[in-house]
Design a protein. Sequence first.
Length: 541
Amino acid sequence: MRLFIAVFFVVVVCSSSAFALSSPNIPLDSPIYLYLEKLSGFGLISSDIKGIRPFSRAEAARLVKEAEARAATTAQSPLTTELLDRLHELLPRELSYYDRDETAPALDADMQTARLRYVYLDGAPRSYFRAVHDPGNDGVFGIGSGLRPPNPYPSPAQQRGTEGTPLFENNDGVVYRAGSNVDLRASGGLYFSSLASVLVEPVLLWSEEQDEARLRLNRGYAKLGGKGLELEVGRDENWFGPGYRGAITITNNPKNFDLIKLSSPELVKTKYLWDLKYSLIFSRFEKTVTDGQERRPFFFAGKLAMKPLNDLEFGINLGRQVGGPGVNNSLGDIVRGMVGGTSDDNSNTLAGFDLRLRLPWLRNTELYGELSGEDSAAFWPIVESYVAGFFIPRLTESGTDDLRFEYFRGNRILYTNGTFPGGYLYHDMPVGHSQGGATQDFFLRYSHWFSVRNNLALEAFHTRRGDYGRVTVDATGRFDAAGVMQAIERKNALRASWTFPFSKEWNALLLYGQEWIHNYELRAGDTQMNRLLRAELTYKF
């Protein structure tokens, strides 16, 4: 935390320009991220930072201009030309006024995106409720011991939470029910010169199971500033880490936070540090009552991502629950809890670091990894969880094929806590990786680009729960020394999607997924098959 504060002041005092073109953020499921990733794969972008998302529209414009400057010096493939043309269609305001912010009109507005989605679900989500044996006495990477004392408590830790929607993770906490579901949303922006911007995105949800429509605000915020210093207040998505399928500290898997955020939406070139981006988030979790204990902790998170080299990104991150009902809330304990924990244990922290390395000699293949811990020994995170993967943006010379593999291992006590028994969850869904703790997950994705708006993607998953910390339980899944041993749950899934142009401004998407679960919810012999069909029309996504 001290490092985050020091960097914040260095950026404010020493960066060449703290304020620039204010702009809303790009939704995390927008194909703009894929387009920029492809341009990076062609060697046209090297200053991108993936460990802090969402990108602002101004940051995306900066990256497009970087790609255009490099593309002008060499012959380019048809796909790169299409990508740049499409990005100009999706970011017209930001590309017009970037580096010319004084020409931005005093008051402006636009409709940014719209989407009509239909989802049919045949199946049921998994509950993550599970007792887990935690022996303590940890080493690092499973080597050695004694960095954490042996656990003296006979009762196991308790995993909680839910999957949400089978075959549909990282969806801002939107849960689709069995049967038919309709999701209608649109977003609009309001701009005050180059200084401030506002975005509102309501969503209307209807499910056959509940037979009612619900209106809620998915994203809505005001932003002031840009480049090296921006203030955002409202409700929005966040993602810390280089992973594609998941990250450990923060993703958009749960419902979006109501927050106050200080960040650098664009890459900052400082005089005394490497090029960097940072994000500081202040929020509060919802009220929960778990085993008769009421909690509503404050939440803050921070991420600092730096680029020592054009092809190397390094980040450190943390997420912390602290204070609220049921714990020590004296001013001294709150302050100590925010900067380093207390002997009264009024906080729960998850922290670690990540790396992303680009290999220009291997068609700009990327290797990335994240390590985060539930505890620490000196400066080193222990009780570790991992995300690791690779991305080959140009599986073929033309760049029309790409391949990604990603692995996740969640520690047996990831997202659990004794002080906050509800866990590191927001509205019952993991704040970090969608597959929860005490889990292994393997993910493979191949995609082929017929054109910039015509893409076919094939995905495969293998997920295991129960490998770590197995205990005996009763019929409800609670620990019972005389009960039945938990089985190892195995999930295999396939998913295929096709995105194609529907009209000049509208795209269509068709997706089908199916999964087979053995030893469903860790009960030996129980099986479950889930199927999901998704069809949608999107405007300017």
